[in-house]
Design a binder for this molecule. Structure first.
Ligand SMILES: C[S@@+](CC[C@H](N)C(=O)[O-])C[C@H]1O[C@@H](n2cnc3c(N)ncnc32)[C@H](O)[C@@H]1O
Ligand code: SF4
Length: 405
């Protein structure tokens, strides 16, 4: 059903999908070509609808009618990036050749302040967001992060507050984060092996501090801990089973992630992707697994439990079995860009209007407009794009450390 149209046109949503326009006849009934900006349709135009904002006042923390995008997807999750800096240099995310000592990260005035993050988050929550995830760069590098968590957890309507970290600074901060209101934590750990860890973190130290971070988080009740492992063929794929074994029976959930073509700098190559099916097969050969139904619609990881009852793993198959159809995630970058797809080439600036004094109502309308016009589904289109033009690194895509995963 995919009809490729060789027409270069950056889309409203900034997704590479729309940089090389593909028409999806089945999904885009009524699509006339191009991406016309149109006013946010009223409720008579679902999907892509939003509630009238006339009666909205931030102080009431009102819930507006939930937004839906052009493909009928709601907005439920907001990933908030709190820094563009990181103390690791994972080659698949921030390769040292690019992010060396002289790399200039954003200056402080360019970063959203905690007040600004809170204000924007309230607007997202009013539109239906329930789950927040703090990310980066490395979020634990952001000074006074607990005070931001305290602000966010108090927003009426926020049902979940989680954080993704590389774990290096976690042991010292776990209790403070917990006290500030953090409920769940994901720790990235690509290998338990000293040398492979060094290679995948781009650093000269091994995983010991990350293990200590996981223990500290466990001790202060941030359970169950999710452990994210990006699998790269020829780099750490031979250790998948060992990593699973290491956490089997601990209550922590290892989630194996297919290496994704986020950004343009990580030299992504399909040949380095180990598919979810292969990951499952390798683990199952050692430890029999049974599928577990998803806990909620749009859950990113496919879940499995060990047949012997000793715990659970997850596999994230965004390359081999994409799940754009239920994607309810918005991303707020540290520069205040609203990004609606992990693979987008650009976002929509909210910081400028916010600092220019725009009202909550007007900012809220912007958010509604972006989400209402959203139609990106890059992962599902990836195969077609690669077939037509190959992994074109010249296409601009936001880097992973800028949108936080
Ligand atoms: C960008 S990091 C930000 C938070 C923190 N620095 C960390 O590493 O957990 C968020 C997640 O994205 C994952 N990630 C980064 N680049 C990736 C890629 N190319 N493919 C798959 N996952 C990736 C990381 O492994 C990490 O689990
Ligand atoms: S994946 Fe996380 S830890 Fe690794 S370089 Fe990217 S932001 Fe840093």
């Amino acid at each position: 059903m995919i009809q490729a149209v060789p027409e270069l046109a950056p889309g409203l949503d900034g997704c590479v999908e729309t940089a090389f326009v593909l028409k999806y006849a089945a999904l885009s009934a009524g699509y006339q070509g191009g991406f016309p900006r149109r006013p946010i349709p009223g409720s008579s135009h679902p999907p892509g609808r939003s509630h009238s904002l006339e009666s909205f006042t931030l102080s009431e923390s009102s819930r507006l009618e939930a937004l839906t995008d052009q493909l009928g997807r709601g907005i439920r999750d907001l990933r908030i990036s709190v820094t563009d800096r990181c103390n690791f240099r994972c080659p698949y995310c921030m390769p040292i050749e690019t992010y060396g000592e002289n790399y200039e990260f954003l200056a402080k005035p360019e970063l959203l302040t905690f007040e600004e993050i809170e204000r924007l988050t309230r607007l997202f929550v009013a539109h239906g967001v329930e789950k927040l995830r703090i990310t980066g760069g490395e979020p634990l590098l952001r000074r006074e992060l607990p005070s931001l968590l305290e602000r966010l957890v108090q927003i009426p309507g926020v049902e979940d507050l989680a954080l993704t970290t590389n774990g290096y600074l976690l042991a010292a901060q776990a209790q403070t984060l917990r006290d500030a209101g953090l409920r769940r934590i994901t720790v990235s750990l690509d290998s338990h092996d000293e040398e492979t860890f060094k290679r995948m973190s781009g650093r000269t130290f091994g995983p010991q501090r990350v293990f200590e971070g996981i223990e500290a988080a466990d001790a202060c009740g941030l359970r169950p801990i999710k452990i994210n492992c990006v699998v790269q063929r020829g780099v750490n794929d031979h250790q998948i089973v060992d990593l699973a074994r290491r956490f089997k029976g601990t209550g922590h959930i290892v989630r194996f992630i297919e290496f994704m073509d986020v950004g343009t700098l990580n030299r992504w190559d399909m040949a380095q992707v180990v598919s979810a099916a292969e990951i499952r097969g390798r683990i199952e050969a050692e430890f029999p697994l049974d599928p577990v139904p998803p806990q909620y619609e749009g859950e990113v990881a496919t879940r499995f439990e060990y047949r012997d009852g000793s715990g659970e793993i997850g596999i994230i198959s965004s390359v081999s079995a994409p799940f754009c159809g239920a994607c309810s995630r918005a991303r707020l970058t540290i520069e205040g860009q609203l990004v609606t797809c992990l693979f987008a080439s650009r976002g929509t600036d909210l910081r400028g209007p916010l600092r220019d004094g725009e009202s909550d109502e007007a900012l809220s309308q912007r958010i509604a407009e972006v989400w209402g016009n959203r139609r990106d589904r890059y992962s599902e289109e990836r195969a077609g794009l690669l077939e037509v033009r190959g992994p074109d690194r010249a296409i601009s895509k936001i880097e992973m450390y800028q949108v936080g995963g």
